[in-house]
Ligand binder design. Structure first.
Ligand code: NDP
Length: 453
């Protein structure tokens, strides 16, 4: 595959792909390694995760620059991503004894019964390019500490990040085949899922990719976790702190240059505060610096690939043709690199792409609603259900609205974000299963009932 630096359009060196023999060797060694890894003392598994966090922290800048080069992430965000990977390693190193402990369950007085948590085996991870380190480490940390082994098929545009991750784990001291990267095309994934040696699969990415992987896993009766797109609502109620909502809303939409599954995408604003919010929000969006992702002052870098800018612009254009009004932005920037400006569109009809599809770039749709009930109804009028955000000065009201929003997470007076301590995942077409926290660790474990009479 030809790869380019998305900020400069310069070609990136090609990375050798793995062939059929390599895939076979990886599956064989993963299966073999699982037998010893699962019985490796938990203290050792935890120590290796701590060592991994040290490698990540020692070489943060190097890994961050790799992400910036391959997919255009602004450098400050890239550094923060690598540091977050160290955090998720530390989290599971610390909490694994509690998450993996037997859970006694009271049954008959003369019996001892409990639930034991045991690993399943080699797990295939199909991962996206938008957080090329974080998406993988949030898989690695819980699974490796639980005793599973991992095989990574990373997105085709970030192979250097993929190979760096394998080398990080080896440098930390993990046995070689506990985690392996395969540089292969997505058309090899189906055969890997079908292979007996793969026991489960997780995918983060688009809905079509999720459907393909979910179907293959279902056919093979293998557990899967799918973390797909979002069209997250950002609900601003009539009693919200408008300045704060506008400032955080602009950040929530443009995080990672807008390429985040949990970015706020649909801004649903009460009529009483609509004009004030729109003015502030447009001003906040216009104040963001678009440009060179290696410059720490840049807020928004390029989109990761040329085709992604084309898709984004098509969504904006189709929305405008359907009746939408561009308040700011709306045209790709005329410069080298795949740059799209912060864009705000109002008067968005319900069937237009900015209302009904995942928008993976810095383009926001703003809707006016007359009541809280209408806000909730519009928030839920989506095939997706990943996360959401609600803004109100009345925290009880915020909680009540949060409970009525159909999604895997809702944040009140805060932007939606992932946190190793909290489960992460969606409902509806955003996928199923959970990553992170105790739930994420148990997603690929056998929760075994043991009864001793
Ligand atoms: P994809 O979903 O195509 O890619 C994500 C991962 O899935 C990659 O490793 C990809 O491999 C792999 N993949 C793709 N198709 C299949 C398949 N049929 N079977 C198995 N694996 C597959 O995302 P794109 O990069 O094309 O981005 C398109 C859109 O997807 C974005 O605009 C965004 O809307 C959404 N997306 C959502 C993400 C999220 O965090 N939820 C992350 C990335 C994208 P390969 O790269 O080799 O094709």
């Amino acid at each position: 595959m030809t790869r380019t630096n998305p900020a400069t359009e310069e070609s990136l060196s090609s990375v050798a792909s793995h062939d059929d023999d390599d895939v076979e060797a990886a599956l064989a060694t993963a299966s073999e390694t699982f037998r010893t890894w699962r019985d490796t003392d938990l203290r050792e598994r935890r120590r290796l995760l701590e060592a991994t966090a040290d490698v990540l922290r020692d070489r943060t800048d190097e890994f961050a620059r790799l992400a910036t080069k391959e997919m255009g992430k602004p450098i400050d965000g890239a550094r923060a991503e690598v540091e977050k990977c160290a955090w998720v390693c530390d989290h599971y190193a610390e909490r694994a004894p509690e998450y993996l402990a037997d859970e006694p369950v009271g049954t008959e007085t003369e019996a001892e019964s409990f639930v034991a948590t045991e690993p399943l085996g080699p797990v295939l991870a199909v991962m996206p390019w938008n957080y090329p380190f974080w998406q993988v480490f949030r898989f690695i940390a819980p699974n490796l500490v639980a005793g599973n082994v991992g095989i990574l098929k990373h997105a085709s545009n970030v192979p250097e990040c993929a190979l760096a991750i394998e080398s990080i784990l080896r440098e930390a001291g993990f046995p070689e085949d506990v985690f392996q990267t395969l540089v292969v095309d997505s058309d090899r994934v189906d055969a890997m899922i079908t292979d007996d040696r793969i026991r489960a699969v997780t995918l983060t990415g688009s809905e079509p990719a999720g459907r393909a992987v979910g179907e293959a896993a279902g056919k093979e009766l293998k557990p899967s976790v799918l973390e797909l797109g979002g069209s997250d609502p950002f609900v601003v109620l009539d009693d919200a702190d408008i300045e704060a909502a506008a400032a955080v809303g602009a950040r929530a939409r443009t995080l990672n240059s807008g390429q985040s599954c949990i970015a706020a995408k649909r801004f649903i604003v009460h009529a009483d505060v609509y004009d004030a919010f729109l003015d502030s929000f447009v001003a906040e969006m216009e104040s963001l610096t678009v440009g060179d992702p290696t410059d720490p002052d840049t807020d928004i870098g390029p989109q990761a690939r040329a085709d992604l800018v084309d898709d984004l612009h098509e969504q904006v254009t189709a929305t405008v043709e359907a009746g939408g009004t561009v308040e700011t932005g709306g045209e790709p920037l005329d410069r080298t690199g795949y740059f799209y400006p912060p864009t705000v569109v109002t008067d968005v009809p319900p069937d237009a792409p900015l209302a009904s599809e995942e928008v993976f770039g810095p383009a926001a749709a703003v809707f006016r609603v007359e009541s809280e009930a209408e806000a909730v109804a519009l928030a839920n009028d989506s095939a997706l259900g990943l996360a959401g955000s609600v803004w109100t000065e009345d925290l009880r009201r915020g909680q009540a609205v949060a409970r009525r929003i159909e999604s895997g997470a809702v944040f009140v007076n805060e932007l939606a974000k992932s946190d190793p301590r909290l489960p992460f995942g969606g409902i509806k077409n955003s996928g199923y299963g959970r990553e992170l926290a105790e739930q994420g660790l148990k997603a690929f474990c056998n929760e075994k009932t043991v009864w001793v009479q």
